[in-house]
Design a protein. Structure first.
Length: 151
Protein backbone atom coordinates (compact mmCIF):
# COMPACT_ATOMS: atom_id res chain seq x y z
CA UNK A 1 0.00 0.00 0.00
CA UNK A 2 1.41 3.38 -0.92
CA UNK A 3 1.85 6.30 1.45
CA UNK A 4 -0.95 8.34 -0.15
CA UNK A 5 -3.45 5.54 0.50
CA UNK A 6 -2.31 5.20 4.10
CA UNK A 7 -2.57 8.96 4.62
CA UNK A 8 -6.04 9.05 3.07
CA UNK A 9 -7.31 6.24 5.27
CA UNK A 10 -5.80 7.56 8.50
CA UNK A 11 -6.84 11.11 7.58
CA UNK A 12 -10.41 9.94 7.00
CA UNK A 13 -10.39 8.20 10.38
CA UNK A 14 -9.10 11.38 12.04
CA UNK A 15 -11.82 13.48 10.39
CA UNK A 16 -14.63 11.06 11.21
CA UNK A 17 -13.56 10.69 14.84
CA UNK A 18 -13.20 14.45 15.21
CA UNK A 19 -16.67 15.07 13.76
CA UNK A 20 -18.35 12.63 16.14
CA UNK A 21 -16.22 13.85 19.04
CA UNK A 22 -17.09 17.47 18.30
CA UNK A 23 -20.77 16.66 18.73
CA UNK A 24 -20.01 15.05 22.09
CA UNK A 25 -17.80 18.00 23.14
CA UNK A 26 -20.46 20.56 22.19
CA UNK A 27 -22.91 18.67 24.41
CA UNK A 28 -20.35 18.62 27.25
CA UNK A 29 -20.11 14.83 27.34
CA UNK A 30 -17.21 13.03 29.01
CA UNK A 31 -15.56 11.82 25.77
CA UNK A 32 -14.98 14.30 22.98
CA UNK A 33 -12.79 15.08 19.99
CA UNK A 34 -9.59 13.54 21.34
CA UNK A 35 -11.16 10.30 22.55
CA UNK A 36 -13.24 9.70 19.44
CA UNK A 37 -10.40 10.67 17.11
CA UNK A 38 -7.94 8.37 18.86
CA UNK A 39 -10.39 5.46 18.85
CA UNK A 40 -11.09 5.97 15.17
CA UNK A 41 -7.41 6.38 14.21
CA UNK A 42 -6.43 3.43 16.39
CA UNK A 43 -9.01 1.18 14.78
CA UNK A 44 -7.93 2.23 11.30
CA UNK A 45 -4.27 1.68 12.22
CA UNK A 46 -4.85 -1.82 13.57
CA UNK A 47 -6.80 -2.81 10.45
CA UNK A 48 -4.13 -1.25 8.21
CA UNK A 49 -1.34 -2.99 10.11
CA UNK A 50 -3.10 -6.32 9.65
CA UNK A 51 -3.50 -5.69 5.92
CA UNK A 52 0.10 -4.48 5.61
CA UNK A 53 1.33 -7.62 7.39
CA UNK A 54 -0.30 -9.71 4.71
CA UNK A 55 -3.36 -10.64 6.70
CA UNK A 56 -6.12 -12.30 4.73
CA UNK A 57 -9.83 -11.59 5.09
CA UNK A 58 -10.12 -13.97 8.06
CA UNK A 59 -7.31 -12.19 9.91
CA UNK A 60 -8.87 -8.79 9.25
CA UNK A 61 -12.25 -10.09 10.43
CA UNK A 62 -10.70 -11.34 13.68
CA UNK A 63 -9.01 -7.98 14.25
CA UNK A 64 -12.29 -6.14 13.71
CA UNK A 65 -14.05 -8.58 16.04
CA UNK A 66 -11.46 -7.82 18.72
CA UNK A 67 -11.85 -4.07 18.18
CA UNK A 68 -15.61 -4.21 18.47
CA UNK A 69 -15.43 -6.20 21.70
CA UNK A 70 -12.46 -4.36 23.19
CA UNK A 71 -13.74 -0.85 22.60
CA UNK A 72 -16.87 -1.78 24.49
CA UNK A 73 -14.79 -1.73 27.66
CA UNK A 74 -13.63 1.80 26.90
CA UNK A 75 -17.21 2.88 26.33
CA UNK A 76 -18.26 1.27 29.60
CA UNK A 77 -16.04 3.78 31.38
CA UNK A 78 -18.39 6.65 30.48
CA UNK A 79 -21.58 4.91 31.63
CA UNK A 80 -22.92 5.92 35.03
CA UNK A 81 -25.86 4.16 36.69
CA UNK A 82 -27.76 6.20 39.28
CA UNK A 83 -29.56 3.58 41.37
CA UNK A 84 -31.44 6.11 43.49
CA UNK A 85 -32.92 7.88 40.46
CA UNK A 86 -33.35 4.76 38.30
CA UNK A 87 -31.39 6.49 35.56
CA UNK A 88 -28.40 5.68 33.37
CA UNK A 89 -26.13 8.30 31.79
CA UNK A 90 -23.46 7.99 29.15
CA UNK A 91 -24.98 5.31 26.94
CA UNK A 92 -25.03 7.52 23.85
CA UNK A 93 -21.41 8.55 24.35
CA UNK A 94 -20.42 4.91 24.88
CA UNK A 95 -22.26 3.99 21.69
CA UNK A 96 -20.56 6.83 19.81
CA UNK A 97 -17.14 5.56 20.96
CA UNK A 98 -18.07 2.09 19.71
CA UNK A 99 -19.34 3.62 16.45
CA UNK A 100 -16.05 5.50 16.06
CA UNK A 101 -14.17 2.21 16.29
CA UNK A 102 -16.33 0.69 13.58
CA UNK A 103 -15.97 3.71 11.34
CA UNK A 104 -12.22 3.70 11.91
CA UNK A 105 -12.05 0.06 10.86
CA UNK A 106 -14.04 0.91 7.74
CA UNK A 107 -11.63 3.78 7.01
CA UNK A 108 -8.74 1.35 7.40
CA UNK A 109 -10.39 -0.89 4.81
CA UNK A 110 -10.88 2.07 2.47
CA UNK A 111 -14.68 1.78 2.53
CA UNK A 112 -15.26 5.53 2.23
CA UNK A 113 -18.82 5.37 0.88
CA UNK A 114 -19.85 3.18 3.82
CA UNK A 115 -18.08 5.57 6.19
CA UNK A 116 -19.84 8.60 4.70
CA UNK A 117 -23.29 7.03 4.86
CA UNK A 118 -22.79 5.67 8.39
CA UNK A 119 -21.33 8.97 9.62
CA UNK A 120 -24.32 10.83 8.17
CA UNK A 121 -26.71 8.44 9.87
CA UNK A 122 -24.82 8.75 13.18
CA UNK A 123 -24.95 12.55 13.01
CA UNK A 124 -28.69 12.47 12.36
CA UNK A 125 -29.14 10.34 15.48
CA UNK A 126 -26.78 12.46 17.61
CA UNK A 127 -28.21 15.81 16.49
CA UNK A 128 -31.90 15.02 16.10
CA UNK A 129 -32.24 12.13 18.57
CA UNK A 130 -32.21 14.19 21.78
CA UNK A 131 -34.82 16.75 20.67
CA UNK A 132 -36.97 13.96 19.26
CA UNK A 133 -36.80 12.01 22.54
CA UNK A 134 -37.69 15.14 24.52
CA UNK A 135 -40.64 15.93 22.21
CA UNK A 136 -42.03 12.40 22.64
CA UNK A 137 -41.48 12.52 26.41
CA UNK A 138 -43.25 15.88 26.61
CA UNK A 139 -46.16 14.61 24.55
CA UNK A 140 -46.38 11.49 26.68
CA UNK A 141 -46.37 13.58 29.87
CA UNK A 142 -48.97 15.97 28.41
CA UNK A 143 -51.33 13.05 27.85
CA UNK A 144 -50.98 11.94 31.47
CA UNK A 145 -49.03 8.79 30.78
CA UNK A 146 -46.38 7.72 33.28
CA UNK A 147 -42.99 8.13 31.61
CA UNK A 148 -41.29 5.28 33.51
CA UNK A 149 -44.02 2.64 33.52
CA UNK A 150 -45.43 3.36 30.06
CA UNK A 151 -48.98 3.52 31.44
Amino acid sequence: MDVATLLARIGAALAVGAIIGLDRDLRRKPAGVRTHSLVCIGSASVVLATIEAGGNADAVARVIQGLVAGVGFLGAGVIIHHHAHHRVEGLTTAASIWMSAGLGAACGLGRFVLVGVALGAALIVLIAGGPLERAFAKRKNDTGEDKLSGQ
